[in-house]
Design a protein around this ligand. Structure first.
Ligand code: NAP
Length: 262
């Protein structure tokens, strides 16, 4: 399948590992230039080298070590490149816990990372995309937006706010100017984030890693965790020229775990 995006330039946030890396990898393999962002410079540099090794059609890989949830971090990113054709928003997820323990500060932090930051990135790039007649924005959210997970209340709340905002803006004037915005909702993927959640469940339940993981997988019809490259493939398709008629959608990728007809 020819995705028709070689030569475009993408900003992929939270891309030194996990799902963001999976998206960056799928895009560079399609000949898309990428700017990847994460906070830990050494991991980011290593990721950039791995990505450059699989890039096709002369695609370039650049990186900015920054905290994308801060004004300063975003300014650094846009100083490196301003006119992105594709933006993948992602900033790691809030910690699990009991809602009784979360104060205003914890809520503001979650909203800043998982609601306001994607909105700020959309705000900074969308009009340029519309003026050039092409744009693709993908927000990595969570299956918890559709099927809330009690210990991830900060994620359930903050990401639902983003989802509501995107539903409106995706259908605004920019839709007729070649710009699409979609959210991808991961179920359980084999990444450091999931490993952290598993460790938390082990600590809370006193169960072994094997017992926790087999209980997690038993709830997934395909009986395994997803892999970042599978996530990246969906992301690259939604960023493609072929996906111009898909906007304002929330795409689950969860091995069938969400048990609903729609
Ligand atoms: P991950 O493996 O922990 O990777 C997170 C990536 O984001 C890393 O590259 C990390 O690098 C970077 N990052 C984190 N905070 C950042 C910040 N403030 N600024 C810039 N970069 C930042 O996580 P993942 O599993 O890929 O998860 C990606 C997103 O999907 C998260 O929001 C997560 O909650 C959500 N999600 C994941 C799953 C799953 O099963 N994996 C399920 C549902 C939802 P640094 O730490 O060096 O910055």
């Amino acid at each position: 399948m020819e995705l028709g995006i070689a030569g475009k330039t993408a900003l992929v946030c939270g891309a030194s590992k996990g799902l963001g890396y999976g998206c960056a990898e799928a895009l560079v393999k399609e000949g898309v230039n990428v700017v990847i962002v994460a906070r830990t410079a050494a991991d980011l540099q290593a990721a950039a080298a791995r990505l450059q090794a699989v890039a096709t059609q002369g695609a370039t890989v650049n990186y900015v070590a920054a905290d994308i949830t801060t004004e300063a971090g975003r300014a650094e990113v846009f100083a490196s490149h301003a006119d992105f054709d594709i933006v993948v928003t992602n900033a790691g997820g809030p910690p699990p816990g009991d809602f009784r323990d979360w104060d205003k500060q914890a809520w503001f932090k979650a909203v800043e990372a998982n609601m306001y930051t994607p909105i700020a990135l959309i705000q900074a790039t969308i009009d340029g995309m519309a003026a050039r007649g092409f744009g693709r924005i993908i927000n990595i959210t969570s299956s918890a937006v559709k099927a809330p997970i009690d210990v991830l209340g900060l994620s359930n709340g903050a990401r639902s706010g983003l989802t509501g905002f995107v539903a409106g803006v995706a259908r605004s004037g920019i839709a007729a100017q070649g710009v699409t915005i979609n959210n991808i909702l991961p179920g359980l993927f084999d990444t450091d984030r999931l490993r952290g959640i598993t460790a938390n469940a082990m600590q809370k339940s006193g169960k072994s890693k094997e017992a926790v993981q087999s209980a997690q997988q038993a709830r997934i019809p395909v009986r395994r965790f997803g892999q970042p490259h599978e996530f990246g493939a969906l992301c690259a398709f939604l960023c493609s020229d072929l996906a111009g008629y898909i906007t304002g959608q929330n795409m689950l990728i969860d091995g069938g775990a969400y048990s609903g007809t729609f």
